[in-house]
Design a protein around this ligand. Structure first.
Ligand SMILES: [Fe+2]
Length: 680
């Protein structure tokens, strides 16, 4: 192709992403004359995203000068940090239409290379310099390493985990450095507290920062929620003011997907939900999607041909008429949830096929549990859970009633579609991509994960018998049995190997096996799952240590009070080893004695669970082995003053060798440093 034809085809590619093109060295608007670095004019820093072998997306925001209706920005991409060898330039006008943000597709680059980029305005003011990396080609079989992260909230904590990530990465040989950061969502939290919302400016022991206020906003209980596009934009601007997040985005390309908080805490599809109160939120969903598009450099499909997100007109109308997987067919809903498509897939070198799903836009409405008796031990008996999850497609026919403990109650889901989150269309796409994946490691970026979280209260000693009048295991989380059976069944039946889900959302570290069912039914691992601890948002152990009532008899299953007055996370033990192990821990204060009392059938799918962990995780994929590292730091209440981001709590590696069809994956665990306490 001639350079002219190449440029034309790249321009088309860039336009499809809403990006301007940076290609070749000529650029009409390159400012001549003196340059000054003015980070204050680029207050959200710079970023890059979705690296491919020959291109990467570059991003910044130029805050408007007073009275300005637009600014013109040039991007320069260079082979060296001093910008002596510039390889691509491009220019674009930014304005209020994109909240002064811009995207460039930097193209014509070489694979698996390091590049530097900066933005220059019409007056010669420079942004900081960013570093980015292109992807290796599909025949490059060198090992690749990436990080996965989630759940950051600078309104109540510090992003020390990014400092630690940078500190470790710059000290590694180039071949062992991170190629990108997969962000699995909760990049922002839309429900925030202002310091004045609590008497002492503290939220469960965390200091609320006096960062920003929603321009409009609304209050539900003591939380503040966004109401429109400008509110969401304000959240991104404030979260991105964090210096450690800015340093991370300036060091690696990010690959972002959203979880729930980019739109609405308990929301699903276009429904806005807080404290179980449901409001039609089509306009809000579109606004949340627009702000995400404006602030995340990613190869996603948005409405409109140019850079601005042309928000489709929608009305906040009640959701009606579900399809077979619970997606509401109300036209405004369909328009709102399809306004920005973030599901995507890419090959990364020879060793990784990455598939990223949107787990929230097509998620079914939750089970209506209002008529169900609640069990004192807060789990749901397994059979009842399966009936509720499967709804009208429960194998053998949905029963009219469900037994929960001693009560037989009407089945509220008897006419409902199953609990689901991919939707029919995305499920078909996902299965196609998984079948087509050629790399040894098929990585599914999954915002909230698939591992069953259960315990064995049927084994409680008589003193607790009233809390669990059932002979079954108890399930805690929404388990999406129908969709997971469909996917894991396909993986098993078609002999697909190397499937590994990497997960955020849970504010805890987990390592385990994907299995459609657990004992007393078959335990058949078909893949692996790794969940990363939150970057900073509060996890279960931190919250329960403060809020779990001292006189609640179930306390030993959540909080272990040690004789010296300190606390440990007994929930880890309850989930990994069952209730008798948690009681042994209470009685002996000895983790080994607790593990000796383990019920091996409770969680054969779990190797590691820590609700007290914060930090980040990495994956290293080579042709024969996958290695996942958990890097755990203490609760990041205040910003670390040291360059390393503060102390480590522990570092744990799980390795798995490539397995063949018909074989089971086998995890090997190595505690490299620190004390994992009750996480094993
Ligand atoms: Fe989160």
């Amino acid at each position: 192709m001639s350079e002219h034809a190449t440029r034309r085809s790249l321009l088309k590619q860039a336009a499809a992403l809403g990006a301007a093109l940076a290609f070749g060295q000529s650029c009409a608007h390159t400012p001549v004359g003196p340059r000054t670095e003015r980070r204050d004019l680029f207050p959200q820093g710079v970023a890059s995203g979705d690296p491919a072998p020959e291109s990467v997306v570059l991003w910044t925001r130029r805050a408007p000068d007073e009275g300005a209706s637009a600014h013109r920005l040039v991007v320069e991409v260079a082979n060296d940090e001093a910008f002596t060898r510039i390889v691509a330039r491009g220019d674009v006008e930014v304005s209020a239409a994109t909240d002064w943000t811009c995207r460039f597709l930097a193209a014509g680059l070489r694979p698996a290379r390091e590049y530097w980029y900066r933005f220059v305005d019409e007056a010669g003011n420079n942004s900081r310099v960013g570093r980015t990396l292109t992807a290796p080609t599909t025949n490059d079989d060198r090992a690749v390493k990436f990080a996965f992260v989630s759940c950051q909230d600078p309104t109540n904590s510090a992003l020390n985990a990014y400092r630690r990530m940078i500190y470790e990465d710059v000290r590694r040989p180039r071949a062992e450095q991170l190629s990108f950061v997969l962000h699995l969502g909760d990049f922002i939290y839309e429900m925030i507290r202002y310091p004045e919302d609590t008497p002492d400016g503290l939220d469960r022991g965390r200091r609320l920062r006096d960062g920003f206020r929603y321009p409009t906003g609304k209050k539900i209980r003591r939380f503040n929620y966004p109401t429109d596009l400008n509110d969401y934009r304000a959240a991104y601007k404030n979260f991105l003011a964090d210096p450690d997040l800015q340093d991370a985005r300036a060091r690696w390309p990010f690959v972002p997907v959203w979880d729930n908080h980019e739109f609405s805490w308990q929301g699903y599809q276009s429904a806005e939900v807080a404290f179980s109160e449901v409001h039609p939120g089509q306009t809000l969903k579109v606004a949340a999607s627009q702000a995400w598009y404006e602030y995340q450099p990613a190869r996603v499909t948005k409405p409109g041909a140019g850079d601005p997100f042309e928000a489709p007109a929608v009305t906040n109308a009640p959701l009606t008429d579900r399809d077979a997987r619970g997606v509401y067919q109300e036209p405004n809903n369909l328009i709102a949830i399809r306004a920005l498509r973030i599901e995507r897939a890419f090959r990364f070198g020879k060793n990784i096929d990455m598939i990223l799903t949107d787990n929230r836009s097509f998620q079914s409405a939750p089970i209506d549990g209002s008529g169900l008796p609640s069990m004192e031990f807060g789990f749901t008996p397994e059979t009842a859970n399966d009936i509720l999850e499967a709804g009208r497609v429960y194998p053998g026919g949905a029963p009219a009633t469900i037994r929960i403990g001693e009560a037989e109650v009407p089945n509220p889901q008897i006419n409902e579609p199953p609990q689901a989150y991919l939707g029919i269309e995305q499920m078909a796409w996902f299965k196609d991509r998984l079948r087509a994946a050629q790399a040894p490691w098929k990585i599914w970026g999954h915002s909230f994960g698939t591992l069953t979280w259960r315990s064995d209260p049927q084994n409680l000693p008589p003193e607790f018998a009233t809390t669990w009048p059932s002979t079954e295991y108890g399930d805690y989380n929404r388990s999406y049995v129908v969709e997971h059976a469909e996917i894991f069944g396909m993986v098993r039946d078609e002999g697909i190997t190397g499937l590994t889900t990497v997960v955020g959302d849970k504010h805890s570290f987990w390592a385990g096996y994907l299995s459609e069912t657990l004992p007393p039914r078959a335990f058949e691992p078909v893949g692996l799952e790794f969940v990363t601890g939150s970057i900073s948002q509060a996890g279960g152990a931190e919250v329960q240590a403060i809020t779990f009532p001292r006189d609640n008899p179930l306390r030993p299953f959540y909080v272990h009070d040690r004789p010296d007055g300190t606390k440990q996370c007994a929930l880890n033990t309850t989930i990994l080893h069952g209730v008798r192990a948690a009681l042994a821990l209470r009685d002996t204060d000895d983790p080994a004695a607790a593990r000796a009392a383990s019920n091996p059938d409770n969680a054969p799918h779990l190797k590691f669970v820590d609700f007290g962990g914060y930090g980040y995780s990495t994956v290293r994929a080579s042709p024969e082995e996958l290695e996942t590292e958990f890097v755990c730091i203490p609760p990041p209440l205040e910003r670390s003053e040291t360059e390393d981001g503060g102390p480590l709590r522990y570092r744990v590696i799980h390795r798995v060798s490539r397995w063949s069809p018909g074989e089971r994956p086998e995890l090997r665990q190595e505690i490299v440093e620190g004390d994992v306490e009750l996480a094993i």
